[in-house]
Design a protein around this ligand. Structure first.
Ligand code: 16G
Length: 260
């Protein structure tokens, strides 16, 4: 990327009179270069010393700008080999009007799905699980927690809770929870999903291979059987840079106006 680097840092030298702190100017120059495609995913950034010389600024300033961009997920640092432009995620567009499983969603896109188990077992239910799943304290809850991976990229952490009477052997579900529920006639037909913004904590960020503190989506799904019984209570963390949730909205007719 040496030509591109020369352009970026030469431009910085000219704009360095603009008054903004130098590290912010440098951060913006690198960010702009990534957005304009001057440097692409996987490209190596020149060394701190090279940037400092080319842009005529101190190495401390360069380090500050680079660290900010690493925190923001624009750059990645690999121990011993340097700093690179982060691989760009191909965003997944997900409809909010269909009740599908992760396995089905990814298969439809031709992506190879796998999961890493984080937890599976029967436990005494938490107060939340008792309330949502309608369990008493003497009943057990089945917990299935997985890191969901598509085309080798971790996309989400899903922690599902179901009544143990529905899922007595959480270790035996195979690769798809919904397929396993379908086999016993317990696949949900309706769900209510609540999506909120979340900054990823250390542990979740490590699993999702993103810097801690980066934006994610917290999704809570409560799914129902046709009878109205709650079957699944799943709390998930999705990568914010990987998902676009899409909902179709329609103008309500006069007869529907004012309905809740
Ligand atoms: C989806 C659901 C999750 C469900 C899972 C089953 C969201 C936010 N979550 O990822 O609630 O447990 O599918 O997938 O959409 P599976 O059948 O592949 O295990």
């Amino acid at each position: 990327m040496s030509d591109a680097a020369d352009q970026i840092f030469a431009a910085l030298r000219q704009s360095s009179q603009s008054g903004a702190p130098l590290y912010l100017q440098l951060r913006k120059s690198i960010e702009d270069a990534v957005n304009r495609g001057l440097i692409g995913p996987g490209d190596a950034l020149p060394s701190e010393r090279d940037i400092a010389t080319k842009a005529d600024i101190s190495r401390v300033t360069v380090r500050k700008a680079v660290q900010d961009l690493v925190k923001g997920g624009i750059l990645v640092q690999r121990h011993g080999s340097g700093t690179f432009v982060a691989p760009r995620m191909e965003r997944v567009e997900q409809s909010l009007s269909r009740l599908t499983s992760f396995t089905e969603d990814m298969a439809r896109r031709g992506m190879a799905v796998r999961s890493a188990w984080l937890d599976r077992g029967l436990y005494a239910p938490s107060p939340d699980e008792m309330m949502v799943l309608g369990l008493s304290s003497s009943e057990l809850v089945a917990r299935v927690a997985r890191l969901r991976i598509a085309n080798d990229t971790p996309l989400a952490i899903e922690r599902a809770s179901l009544s143990a009477s529905v899922l007595p052997d959480p270790a035996g579900i195979g690769s798809s929870l919904y397929a396993a529920l379908g086999q016993t006639g317990n696949r949900p037909v309706r769900a209510v999903q609540r999506i909120s913004a979340a900054n990823l904590g250390e542990g979740d960020a490590r699993l999702l291979e993103v810097p801690p503190g980066i934006a994610g989506l917290h999704i809570e799904r409560i799914s129902y059987l046709a009878s109205g019984k709650v079957i699944e209570f799943t709390r998930s963390i999705y990568r914010g840079d990987a998902y676009d949730f899409v909902a179709e909205l329609r103008l309500t007719g006069p007869s529907e106006e004012g309905r809740p």
